[in-house]
Ligand binder design. Structure first.
Ligand SMILES: Cc1ncc(COP(=O)(O)O)c(C=O)c1O
Length: 388
């Protein structure tokens, strides 16, 4: 073996364990995909239809532009200008093959010497990316003691500090208030600071979608990187389209990287996502996603709490972040769930210090209701009740 070895990211680790135990793939019909991070890919109540095709011309068969097709970059800029008054142009946007490549690339090109600040409980693959890139990180406390709700006062001091944060947070669902977000943006816009704000769950907020771009006055004067993706809000994980909004000079670095390392993103996918971002359509998608999933969060919250799970969930995302009763840990709970073709994500996989099942996140579980239709509720709760 001449390659550096590395295990799969936590969500996939769980999927592979499930496949070994059940001989099926979590997400297939007949399974209960509570471990996964994908949303329904069908029309939701009150939401717009999802197109079933795109037209491809000879031009679309050519290589894509390294930083994204201008029509998609313009549609993304217009989207943030319309809904958040962002004041950006397409030159502030680079397109990637999903949210994770956008995150990986930003961190891969972060200059040596910059230290990453990250909440203790965060999106699983941040850990893998920081490990593989050998980045030093400082943890911001986020545990049951502060109910996974760190404030700016918990952030480290010092220069050359780069925050990596999901908002709403995966796995906790904790979402900043607009006031907190404005203070965070101000703090990390200062000299010697920067931040990657990952808004994969932007649409999934109560009472409404949220973006740091509502608070950034002149992104060209900052080291801020706002990551978005068509994956969750637009309900198309399979299209593999994500993007970064940042200063023009940073976008040029992404363009240069793509010219030797990525070769751009599928033009067919970019055409599809451009259509989804038509302003009237996306306005309907935003309000339908927020109202359907906010209602699901509420309903599952009541059901899970009645089963004795202690909930720490915030007001965003499509997960419940729960403490299992009576000393159970996520992995042993999963062994029982696997027998019912169900799985959750064990909390230890969201621990940015990877302290294992006996660490502070050992008794935690992330339950996803993202891919569940409104009619699966009773059956879901019955399986959970039996396995608890
Ligand atoms: C916090 C967060 N960021 C980014 C992503 C982006 O995912 P993808 O690479 O599938 O677009 C996800 C998906 O699970 C996520 O949960």
């Amino acid at each position: 073996m001449i390659l550096r070895e590395f295990p799969p990211m936590g969500v996939y680790e769980t999927l592979f364990r499930f496949a070994d135990a059940t001989s099926s793939y979590l997400g297939e019909p007949g399974t209960h995909p509570w471990a996964q991070g994908f949303p329904l890919t069908t029309q939701i109540p009150g939401g717009p239809e999802l197109p079933t095709s795109v037209r491809i011309s000879a031009e679309d068969r050519m290589y894509p532009k390294a930083d994204g097709e201008p029509t998609l970059r313009r549609a993304i800029a217009a989207y943030y200008n319309e809904f958040y008054g962002a004041g950006i142009s397409h030159e502030n946007v680079a397109v990637f093959a999903g949210g994770r490549p956008a995150i990986f690339t930003t961190l891969a090109f972060l200059r040596d010497g910059w230290k990453v600040a990250i909440e203790e409980t965060e999106y699983t693959p941040y850990w893998d990316v920081l490990q593989i890139l050998g980045r030093e990180s400082v943890l911001i406390p986020s545990h049951p003691g502060n109910r996974f709700r760190p404030t700016l006062a918990d952030h480290p001091e010092g220069d050359d500090l780069f925050l990596v944060k999901s908002n709403p947070c995966n796995p906790t669902g904790v979402m900043t208030t607009p006031e907190e977000l404005s203070a965070l943006v101000e703090h990390y816009s200062r000299k010697g600071r920067g931040a990657l704000i990952d808004e994969a769950y932007e649409f999934y907020g109560d009472p409404e979608p949220i973006s740091a771009l509502a608070h950034i006055r002149d992104i060209d004067a900052t080291n801020l990187f706002v990551v978005g993706a068509a994956t969750k809000g637009l309900q198309v994980p399979g299209m593999r389209v994500g993007w970064v909004v940042a200063a023009r000079e940073h976008i040029q670095i992404f363009r240069n990287y793509s010219s030797f390392g990525m070769g751009g993103v599928s033009r067919a996918s970019q055409l599809y996502v451009t259509e989804l971002l038509e302003l009237g359509r996306v306005a309907r998608a935003r309000s339908a996603v927020a109202s359907f999933f906010n209602a699901q969060r509420e309903r599952y919250g009541e059901g899970l709490a009645a089963l004795g799970l202690e909930l720490f969930t915030g007001k965003g995302g499509f997960y419940h972040w729960c403490r299992l009763p009576s000393g159970d840990d996520g992995d042993s709970f999963n062994e029982r769930l696997f027998r019912k073709k169900a799985a959750i994500l064990p909390g230890r996989l969201c621990d940015m210090a990877r302290r294992g099942a006996s660490g502070p996140l050992g008794p935690m579980a992330r339950f996803s209701f993202g891919a569940l239709t409104a009619d699966s509720y009773e059956r879901d709760l019955e399986i959970l009740r039996r396995c608890l």
